[in-house]
Write a protein of this length. Structure first.
Length: 904
């Protein structure tokens, strides 16, 4: 059987029931979408596409269900009947504005059919779902203080009571949703995200608040794109290309369902599945966007949804409607045709609706809503539907409170109660202190901005066994909970993009671990940075530290640069390897010197000991022993007494040593010069004068050391500027004093070297000067190289260099001066006689050398001229005759004459 449309409709499709209180529902229900061609001209009417929003129709029926529920409830507005009117804006601002004007004037234009009467006086409006349409309507109604309660317009701009004084809503403001989304990024450590918004007030205001919120969490924006309001394939393709090439793995969208759908369809078409989508309440529970063909690419999407609830009896109510029962309701007729894909018979003069019914079969009237699964009768995700339900009850409770108002208890001025039969719009508006109880058990109220308490479910898209997408609740957000604890997330339940169970990373740069600091990259957002290791002596013990902290003076950074640890106290100790080696060297040197002293004492009556001024030799050996032992004062922890002792003992013992060498050199040199006729110089270099000279030379050094110790003595000090260690060392106190000691030693050494060099040609048996020359050469070389090495060596190595210089110079004196004597005493005792020491060399005068060949003795070569040679050195024994020097090849015949040679 066929069904006839009601001949009575108005612009925007409105339907009325004539009763005492009226609701007016404004929503986008059914419309004709005009598509534009590529040259932006409207296509002909044959290309107009008709669509019907089944979800919006469920909202409409939910309002009717709530009104009927209240009308049948004796506890709310007893003896009062509620009515309603419905306006379809068709998702256009023009229709929304027209609906608002109609509500204000109370008049509607009849399109066709008989007169249906004027629209009733409507005190409260419910709607619209769109934030932009709601703004248009609220601005118009606000002038007249007509109250308006939206169930889905979440734009934060609508909380402005100066601009929208009569606007209320049952959906939380996007101000809270933006904060919640920013908090979600912080929760999972996402600092590099892409942003996409719709080209409307919902998207623009929402994304702006979100940008402000993420600044508190150091989140950076990789890209920001806007979905065009009028579909453009090229613009959508450009957005998708940006998404594909961006390093950001997380994408936040602030867009309504239709805009999100147009973008995500292209995402699916290009097989982009590695992005983690963050959705708003506008499309996170959208059946259209989450259709089965999208599951492979959008699984893992996470977002915020209005809290859902179960409305008892709604399912049955939704399935009861039928064109037979509601033959005059144009919305039900349109709904029926769209849902079942059939057409109902219409009158020939009906031109207000355009459908593509030409290709559809006629409806039979046997279609059953219980037999079909659609968005309309799916009550598993009652979220916006529940907001419509709450809006109806909130308004009803407001009317009820005014109806049963007691004078003196009202929130109006002077406690007066309004006249319920002459109710003014502004009186309903002022009732924002409303607190109502919804039948499902929820306590509901508005705040001073007309907004409800913000609470969201956190929804995750997960794939069912049949391939469909399930909306799984994995957490919740409640703005009333303690600051910082608004989230409750069960992370183990979340499935991420591409079905992963591990939280994806989305950051321009990896977090800087402790021990490093962030260094921003020039020209890039703050989230793009390099991690630079802290310098030595600096630490960072937190992740993503902006700077490294310098350790206190006596502390140093550990290897990881995460903690300051007490610096190692460093000095040259007896326990370490270098200290042990230097100690052994010093003791060995002293021991060898004592051995030489013992040898000299044992052989003190021998010629070589007596001939070398035994008194000076013993004093020299004693001073060398002190030189070796004074180096031990440089080892060990520096103390006040050890610092003063080490430098003074070193300076005095070395001057004593060099003074003895100088005395020996002068005595040897003067002894040979005194043999010349008329020379009596030796009387000035007797034993007493030698002792006095040594004493005076040493006294000068003692005076220098005393002045040094009095004026600015050496002292122990800590040096903390070395890496990871505190150096305990002796500060010389006075640099002048220190270098005066060294300079005086150097002066005596140079003087000794010069005098020894003058005596280098003395006879062999008495030529000790050449050994002194060599020892002084080594001594000076050691101390010349000591100065740069001493200055450049760090810490305990400075002390080691000084000890080695003392040991080397002392050992050079010991070896060069006393080794030859010990060799004769111990190895060649036959030479340790007075005769040998007094023996003069034998010299020979060669008159001719004859060389004979062993093959031809008849030939000879006569060498003219004469030469004198020290035969004792050149020829082992003097003789006249023949000697074969080479396997019968050459025979030498030497003719020579003994000669006294030169005087010594």
């Amino acid at each position: 059987m066929g069904f006839q449309r009601s001949p009575c409709f108005w612009v925007g499709f409105s339907a009325f029931r004539f009763i005492e209180f009226y609701y007016s529902l404004i929503l986008s229900l059914s419309c004709i979408n005009q598509k534009k061609s590529d040259d932006f001209t409207l296509l002909s009417k044959s290309f107009m596409m008709y669509s019907f929003d089944f979800r919006a129709f469920r909202w409409l029926q939910s309002m009717i269900f709530a009104i009927e529920e209240i009308n049948n409830n004796a506890n709310i507005l007893p003896n009062i009947t509620l009515g309603y009117s419905i306006f379809d804006t068709c998702s256009t601002h023009i229709n929304a504005l027209g609906s608002a004007i109609t509500l204000v004037t109370g008049d509607e234009k009849k399109v066709s059919g008989p007169t249906c009467g004027n629209a009733p006086h409507v005190p409260v409006i419910i709607g619209d779902a769109s934030s932009t349409s709601s703004m248009v309507i609220a601005r118009t109604l606000g002038v007249f203080r007509i109250p308006m309660v939206s169930y889905f317009a979440s734009c934060a701009c609508l909380s402005n009571k100066n601009e929208f004084p009569s606007f209320f809503r049952t959906v939380p403001s996007d101000n809270f949703q933006a904060k919640a989304m920013a908090g979600l990024l912080k929760q999972f450590g996402w600092t590099w995200v892409g942003l996409i918004s719709g080209d409307d007030d919902y998207g623009k205001f929402g994304i702006q608040i979100f940008k402000e919120e993420i600044q508190h969490f150091d989140v950076c924006i990789a890209f920001f794109e806007i979905i065009p309001k009028i579909y453009s394939k090229q613009k959508i393709m450009n957005i998708v290309e940006t998404i594909k090439h961006s390093s950001a793995k997380v994408i936040v969208t602030f867009a309504i369902e239709a805009d999100a759908y147009s973008l995500l369809q292209e995402i699916v078409h290009q097989n982009i599945s590695d992005k983690q989508w963050i959705a708003t309440e506008a499309w996170i529970t959208s059946s259209l966007v989450s259709s089965q063909e999208n599951h492979q690419f959008l699984t893992g999407t996470i977002g915020f949804a209005i809290r859902k609830a179960e409305i008892v009896g709604l399912k049955e109510f939704l399935c009861r409607i039928h064109p037979d029962v509601n033959a005059s309701d144009p919305f039900i007729i349109e709904f029926w045709e769209a849902l079942f894909g059939c057409t109902l018979q219409v009158s020939s003069n009906d031109t207000s609706l355009v459908t593509l019914s030409g290709s559809k079969s006629m409806c039979t009237g046997l279609e059953n809503l219980n037999d079909i699964r659609s968005i309309y009768n799916d009550v598993s995700q009652l979220r916006a539907t529940y907001n419509v339900y709450k809006a109806v009850y909130a308004i009803a409770h407001s009317f009820h409170n005014m109806l049963f108002c007691k004078p003196g208890t009202s929130f109006f001025k002077n406690g007066d109660c309004p006249d319920i039969f002459n109710l003014q719009f502004w009186q309903v508006c002022l009732n924002k202190h409303l607190h109502s109880m919804i039948p499902v058990g929820e306590f509901f109220s508005f705040d001073s901005n007309g907004d409800p308490i913000a609470a969201y479910d956190i929804i995750n898209w997960q794939r069912n066994a049949d391939g469909s997408i399930a909306f799984v609740k994995v957490g919740q957000f409640d703005a009333t909970w303690n600051s910082g604890k608004e989230f409750e997330i069960i992370e183990e339940k979340i499935v991420w993009a591409e079905g992963q169970t591990k939280v994806p990373k989305s950051m321009c740069s990896e977090s800087c671990s402790p021990g490093t600091r962030k260094a921003a990259r020039e020209g890039q957002p703050i989230c793009c940075f390099d991690c630079l290791p802290c310098a030595d002596g600096e630490i960072s013990n937190t992740t993503d530290s902006l700077e490294c902290l310098k350790c206190p003076e006596d502390y140093w950074s550990n290897i990881q640069k995460t903690n300051c640890i007490l610096k190692e106290i460093e000095y040259l100790s007896y326990g370490e390897t270098m200290g042990v080696v230097l100690t052994i060297m010093s003791i060995s040197g002293a021991s060898i010197t004592l051995f030489v002293i013992t040898v000299f004492l044992y052989y003190k009556d021998t010629a070589i000991v007596k001939a070398n001024n035994s008194e000076l030799s013993f004093l020299l050996l004693f001073s060398l022993t002190l030189c070796f032992l004074c180096s031990l004062t440089f080892i060990g922890q520096p103390l006040s007494w050890s610092c003063m002792l080490r430098h003074t003992a070193f300076g005095i013992s070395f001057v004593l040593c060099i003074s003895c060498v100088l005395g020996k050199t002068i005595v040897v040199l003067m002894a040979f010069r005194a043999t010349l006729p008329g020379k009596n110089i030796m009387k000035y270099f007797g034993p007493l004068q030698q002792r006095a000279g040594i004493f005076l030379c040493t006294l000068v050094q003692i005076l220098i050391c005393i002045l040094w110790l009095i004026l600015s003595p050496p002292f122990p000090t800590k040096t903390s500027h070395y890496s990871g260690r505190v150096i305990l060392e002796c500060n010389v106190g006075s640099v002048l004093g220190f270098y005066s000691v060294l300079g005086y030693i150097g002066f005596l050494a140079c003087m000794c070297f010069f005098l020894a060099f003058l005596g280098r040609k003395l006879p062999d048996n008495f030529n000790e000067a050449k050994f002194i020359t060599f020892s002084m050469l080594i001594f000076c070389a050691v101390w010349i190289t000591f100065i740069p090495a001493y200055v450049s060596s760090p810490g305990k190595y400075t002390v080691a260099v000084e000890i080695f210089a003392i040991w080397s110079s002392s050992f050079s004196l010991l070896v060069c001066i006393f080794a030859p004597k010990c060799y004769i005493i111990l190895v060649r005792p036959e030479k340790n006689t007075k005769k040998h020491l007094m023996e003069k060399p034998t010299w020979y005068h060669f008159t001719a050398v004859h060389i004979y060949s062993s093959r031809d003795l008849g030939s000879d070569i006569h060498v003219s001229g004469t030469s004198s040679y020290d035969v004792s050195k050149r020829i082992r024994k003097p003789w006249g005759g023949h000697e074969v020097t080479g396997k019968g090849c050459v025979v030498l015949l030497i003719s020579m004459q003994k000669d006294e040679g030169p005087s010594p």
